[in-house]
Design a protein around this ligand. Structure first.
Ligand SMILES: *Cc1c(COP(=O)(O)O)cnc(C)c1O
Length: 358
């Protein structure tokens, strides 16, 4: 039996995509080779890259003057790539709404005058600062935010209006909800939450912003170079890019971002409603900012949390342990988590509550 995998990342992939990849694993597109064996210069592979980026442009409605590239090193590598490509004046603002946002900020400080202009650390990142009252500074190269906070389970519901280009880490919510790409200078996302297996990172960047990376920027981190080489400057993570393309095809078949967004809202709604109607489980995120991708929750005590996770695993509801910074449980319910998976979790939560309520 396949488990329902609630891991925050790498996460579950759609079953139909795994089956499709399995079917053509030994003979990719009539080449007589696996996609893990062919040259990245093979025309069939280049077609996959082109199809993947074209699907991203279509699904996310990405304007033509934006580069869409696949890079390596994970989202964490982009914490450095952002300043190395954009920090011409040596000054950038960061909004710190969680652990990854903080790491990006700390990386930014290596390269220049990076300032934390707003933070929700005072309440252990359980909310998003009001975007209308953030004191952004003048003359900055960019403003960096993290759109969805994977560990703490919060998300922006509206994005700040900024004079400087807005840069967003969307690793854990890319392709889960509708966004207006033209409002952003750069969007980046590690693939292993909503797009593909680990190994590839998506970057969407307005081309006129990326023409002059800093002179110290390593060639591999120059978005301009990756863009000019169609993400094939060096050997890319071919299998992950191939899987991303299969995931994107499926997303299109489902009806695109609007359709998946509705499903995601529905799934998250089921879980939050259940938690809110229970006096046994709690989610302490400010309601307005609750993520629809990552849902942290706790029972009344730590020992019960541990018993909950153990019992869940025995039922094939796996990887529900919360991040060590938060404890308790976290259900990550990305695009690939079927509604049935969320219902199975709620069913188990009901039973566990009945058996354990004092
Ligand atoms: C997972 C995650 C990261 C880190 O991604 P890596 O690919 O492991 O470097 C960064 N930001 C967010 C929002 C994430 O969810």
């Amino acid at each position: 039996m396949r488990a329902y995998n609630f891991s925050a990342g790498p996460s579950q992939l759609p079953l139909e995509v795994l089956e499709e990849a399995q079917k053509e694993f030994l003979d990719f597109a009539g080449t007589g080779m696996s996609v893990t064996e062919i040259s990245h210069r093979n025309k069939k592979f280049e077609e996959i890259v082109n199809e993947g980026t074209a699907l991203l442009r279509e699904l996310l409605n990405i304007p033509d003057d934006y580069a869409v590239i696949f890079v390596q090193g994970g989202a964490s590598q982009q914490f450095a790539a952002v300043p190395l490509n954009l920090m011409h004046k040596g000054k950038a603002d960061y909004v710190v709404t969680g652990n990854f946002a903080k790491k990006a900020f700390q990386e930014g400080k290596i390269y220049g005058d990076a300032a934390c202009v707003a933070s929700s650390e005072d309440k252990t990142y359980t909310y998003i600062p009001d975007v209308k009252s953030i004191p952004f500074r003048e003359d900055t190269d960019y403003v960096h935010i993290c759109a969805n906070n994977t560990i703490f389970g919060t998300r922006y519901i509206e994005f700040p209006e900024t004079k400087a280009p807005l840069v967003a880490d969307m690793s854990s919510d890319i392709l889960s909800r509708e966004i207006d790409v033209s409002k952003f200078g750069v969007i980046y996302a590690g693939a292993q939450k909503n797009l593909a297996p680990a190994g590839v990172t998506l970057v969407i960047a307005k081309r006129d912003l990326i023409q002059e990376p800093l002179s110290i920027c390593p060639t591999m981190l120059k978005w301009k170079v990756q863009d000019e080489n169609n993400s094939l400057y060096n050997t890319p993570p071919c299998f992950s890019i191939y899987m991303a393309t299969l995931v994107l095809r499926r997303l299109k078949r489902l009806g695109g971002i609007k359709a998946i967004n509705e499903i995601n809202e529905y799934k998250a709604g089921l879980l939050y409603d259940f938690i809110d109607n229970s006096d046994f489980y709690t989610n302490n995120v400010e309601k307005k900012y609750r993520s629809i991708m990552n849902v942290p929750f706790v029972t009344p005590d730590k020992d019960l949390d541990a018993a909950f996770i153990k019992g869940a695993t025995e039922r094939g509801l796996v990887s529900l342990k919360g991040h060590r910074l938060v404890g308790g449980m976290r259900a990550s319910i990305y695009n690939a988590m079927p509604v049935e998976g969320v219902k199975a979790l709620i069913e188990y939560m009901k039973e566990f509550e009945k058996e354990n309520k004092a």
